[in-house]
Design a protein around this ligand. Structure first.
Ligand code: BGC
Length: 369
């Protein structure tokens, strides 16, 4: 079968042949891949980032945001049957630490985990994939257009859930307000797919959402944000250290730009007792200058929390599925419009290098649609 793969060090995607996988255990499920999203991590790999092929192989099949159709299932599989839609999660455990033993490799302690399409395991940019049922999350048929967003949304779900859990354990009104995000002022920095999905999840929880980027207001991402009731903030005309003055302090900041200088200067906009969650992974090793003492003093004196979050557990994938369903009821086809380009696998070459301001999510269609 065909697959899109990367050789370490290469700057171009290669079309390779892989053997079609078969069920290899009673709890295995085989999916025909329908769609696979492209994200910043894929682009980073193609522009010279670390590529770790599976042991014994020369290249890595990329892709970790997928939607598939069940075509075969082992006799021990209980949650899906052929004809159902589903996605597989990304990370697999190291086999040596407690979080991995508890099926939470997203919290792996040893760093010995692997990730499909990223680290040591082939990904999903191919025709068929097989994995164990415990890594599978069923997708309802009405999400067949947006189910491919489940993985990026799972990243958001984990980050927001972690931030809210921390807040509700330490704030005195936690028991009075279990829906802590309701009416909270939240700032999302960086309106790529992760930032826009964060805005979506926060709006669904009743938050007031400001989204910051450096593009013109009349382009697709600010317009999409406005469609879900968010307010666009042009970072070119409002400096991060003026956000507080212009818009008021933010009780939650969701960082999705991966730009370290912006991330630290936005700390200025964080409210007393606020929480700041970082999800963007910077690409380089650039040094940034930060007013360290002032930031540290403020974090301490204002009871602020800065929290990093990566990857997601199956539970976060299920939360993503729920949010996609609710978002569909609330905003209809708007959610689908996050996918701005759908390409056939053999037309995908340049898209790993180039992307325009108006592009949000690019998806490779393996189903020929
Ligand atoms: C993926 C995560 C992964 C992370 C680090 C992200 O693009 O969505 O699943 O853990 O990259 O490799």
């Amino acid at each position: 079968m065909q697959a899109l793969a990367l050789f370490p060090g290469a700057r171009e995607i290669s079309r390779v042949e892989r053997q079609e996988p078969a069920l290899d255990s009673p709890d295995a499920v085989k999916l025909r891949v329908l769609q696979v999203g492209i994200c910043g991590t894929d682009r980073e790999e193609v522009s010279g980032g670390a590529v770790r092929p599976p042991e014994g192989l020369q290249n890595l099949v990329i892709g970790h945001e997928m939607l598939g159709l069940v075509v075969d299932a082992g006799e021990a599989v209980t949650r899906v049957k052929p004809g159902d839609y589903a996605v597989f999660t990304v990370r697999r455990g190291c086999g040596r630490c407690l979080p991995c033993a508890r099926d939470r490799p997203d919290m792996c302690e040893t760093g010995g985990y692997s990730e499909r399409g990223i680290r040591g395991l082939d990904g999903y940019q191919t025709e068929y994939v097989v994995d164990r049922e415990k890594y599978l999350v069923p997708i309802p048929p009405d999400l067949k257009e947006t189910g491919v967003l489940t993985e990026p949304l799972s990243i958001v779900e984990k980050a927001i859930d972690s931030a809210v859990r921390v807040q509700t354990t330490r704030l005195p009104d936690a028991l009075l307000y279990p829906d802590w995000l309701h009416d909270r002022r939240c700032l999302v920095a960086g309106l790529g797919p992760i930032g826009l999905l964060a805005a979506l999840a926060l709006r669904l929880r009743g938050a007031e959402v400001f989204g910051m980027d450096i593009v013109d207001t009349e382009t697709s991402r600010p317009r999409w944000l406005a469609g879900i009731g968010g307010t666009y903030v042009d970072g070119r005309s409002l400096r991060p250290d003026k956000v507080d003055e212009a818009l008021g302090p933010m009780e939650l900041i969701f960082e999705a730009s991966g730009v370290a200088s912006l991330a630290f200067s936005l700390l200025d906009a964080l409210a007393v007792n606020g929480v700041y969650v970082l999800t963007g992974v910077p690409e380089g090793n650039r040094k940034v200058q930060i007013p360290g003492e002032e930031l540290m003093r403020r974090l301490v004196m204002d009871n602020q929390i800065m929290l990093g979050s990566v990857n997601a557990a199956p539970g976060h994938f299920r939360m993503a599925v729920q949010d996609l369903s609710v978002a569909r009821l609330r905003w209809g086809s708007l959610v689908e419009r996050l996918i701005t380009l759908r390409l056939a696998p053999d037309a995908s070459g340049d898209i790993f290098h180039e992307h325009g301001t108006d592009e949000i999510k690019v998806v490779i269609q393996w189903d020929g649609a």
